[in-house]
Ligand binder design. Structure first.
Ligand SMILES: N[C@@H](CCC[C@H](N)C(=O)O)C(=O)O
Length: 277
């Protein structure tokens, strides 16, 4: 199987051209190839597929084999993959995902894509749709128990579930301990991605992420969008912010005009190869 390893702000996936390769069991393949010792090494697997309604279709699998509805960093890398490889010459693309249609704008430099702006759509705050088992209209700065501790979460779906926790400082964060506890908290019937965020200024947030099905990653596009939305809902920042992640920065804007969240960030090809199935 031919593959391309790509990363967006350090969130790395193995990308496979599903127009050419037939993948019978992507969940099992995702687990095998993601292994950083016995596989290619990645946060998961992304399939680029034909679509009946859009230019392309994405399927994304975490490193534990679970399929996610959405992946922000992968949408940007798909934009780069299809343009740089000549699968399209369009710089405005539609992408079908399990979380609806996403609109991509490719920024070209020297004939190649160097960054991508994605219309990530409207954030979802209704608990049933996130999903989180609470009878509230929205879950903003809501206290939950993590064993003996209490933390306040803001729950946002960007097509996939996120719990955002604001902290005074990320210095004291033990993400290997706290991440899995929020991911598997009984309030979240389909588990959750978790963002730990420190507001640096009204236009700058530092963030670390514990991803559902993958553990800590260097960046999460949907997580950055959810964090920007949560920061506005909690009165902490302006609507246009820089999200500083371990693997790089993402520019996020929650537009007042159309309620959509816009994400701009890098997309990088790391290497290509063949994997023996
Ligand atoms: N890293 C991604 C999100 C990946 C999906 C997530 N782990 C889930 O299960 O929802 C991003 O860039 O958005």
């Amino acid at each position: 199987m031919k593959f391309t390893k790509m990363q967006g702000a350090g969130n790395d996936y193995v990308y496979v051209n599903g127009f050419v390769e037939q993948i019978e069991d992507p969940a099992t393949l995702a687990t095998a190839i993601s292994n950083r010792h016995f596989g290619i090494g990645s946060d998961g697997l992304v399939l680029i597929l034909p679509s009946e309604t859009c230019d392309f279709r994405m399927r994304m699998f975490n490193s534990d084999g679970s399929e996610s509805e959405m992946c922000g960093n992968a949408t940007r890398c798909i934009g780069k993959f299809v343009y740089d490889k000549g699968l399209t010459d369009k710089t405005e693309l539609t992408l079908e995902t399990l979380a609806g249609v996403k609109h991509l704008t490719l920024n070209i430099e020297n004939g190649k894509v160097n960054s991508v702006r994605v219309d990530m759509g409207e954030p979802i705050l209704a608990p049933k749709q996130i999903p989180i088992n609470l009878d509230e209209t929205s879950v903003i700065n809501y206290p939950i128990a993590l064993e003996s501790r209490k933390v306040n979460i803001t729950a946002v779906s960007m097509g996939n579930p996120h719990a955002v926790i604001f902290m005074d400082s990320l210095e004291e964060l033990d993400i290997q301990k706290s991440g899995p506890k929020v991911e598997h908290h009984p309030l979240f019937p389909r588990r959750t991605n978790t963002e730990f965020a420190q507001v640096i200024s009204p236009t700058h947030i530092k963030m670390r992420v514990w991803e559902r099905g993958a553990g800590e990653t260097l960046a999460c596009g949907t997580g950055a969008c959810a964090t920007a939305v949560a920061a506005v809902l909690n009165g902490k920042t302006e609507r246009k912010v820089t999200l500083e992640l371990l693997g790089g920065n993402l520019e996020i804007e929650w537009s007042e005009a159309d309620n959509h969240v816009y994400m701009t960030g890098p997309a990088v090809t790391v290497f290509e190869g063949e994997y023996l199935l």
